[in-house]
Ligand binder design. Structure first.
Ligand code: HEM
Length: 134
């Protein structure tokens, strides 16, 4: 049988599945509200205005999950571990980052399976960004 089944015609990306740009904007906005209220983590961010950092993380996550490639159009290859080298990402920073991200993920109220996929990735990615012992 050569017929193309419906499921194979419509390949939805995770980006589309969770609600597209709006969902990622909400996620990262909520995350940076947490960062803004956390003096220790906030001190790591070099810019006075967190807006541009919020935009970069939003565009990166949109691209990672199959959305528009605006992040790389603007910033080039992500090379995230390298881009974090100027910042001392130790265990405390890792934990704080994930704590604020957890609140942000919860605020989306995604279906359980999508939430798990997103969260598992963030946990894995955060661990890979640690570059400073302690
Ligand atoms: C583990 C704890 C982490 C800490 C403490 C941390 C901290 C930072 C800081 C201080 C910046 C600079 C702000 C800016 O100029 O944009 C930054 C940038 C960024 N971070 Fe993180 N980060 C962490 C984990 C992550 C993870 C897990 C991801 C991805 C899933 C991520 C994605 C990014 C992106 C995309 C940028 C902007 C890179 C650029 O284009 O210059 N970060 N991060």
């Amino acid at each position: 049988m050569n017929e193309i089944r419906r499921g194979e015609l419509q390949q939805q990306t995770f980006y589309e599945l969770v609600g597209g740009e709006e969902t990622f904007r909400r996620l990262v906005h909520r995350f940076y509200q947490g960062v803004a209220e956390d003096p220790e983590l906030r001190a790591m961010y070099p810019e006075e205005d967190l807006g541009p950092a919020e935009e970069r993380l939003t565009l990166f996550l949109m691209q990672y999950w199959g959305g528009p490639r605006t992040y790389s159009d603007n910033r080039g290859h992500p090379r995230l571990r390298m881009r974090h080298m100027p910042f001392a990402v130790d265990r405390a920073a890792h934990d704080a980052w994930l704590r604020h991200m957890r609140v942000a993920v919860d605020s989306l109220e995604l279906p359980a399976e999508q939430e798990r996929q997103l969260w598992d990735y963030l946990v894995y990615a955060a661990a890979s960004m640690v570059n400073t012992p302690g």
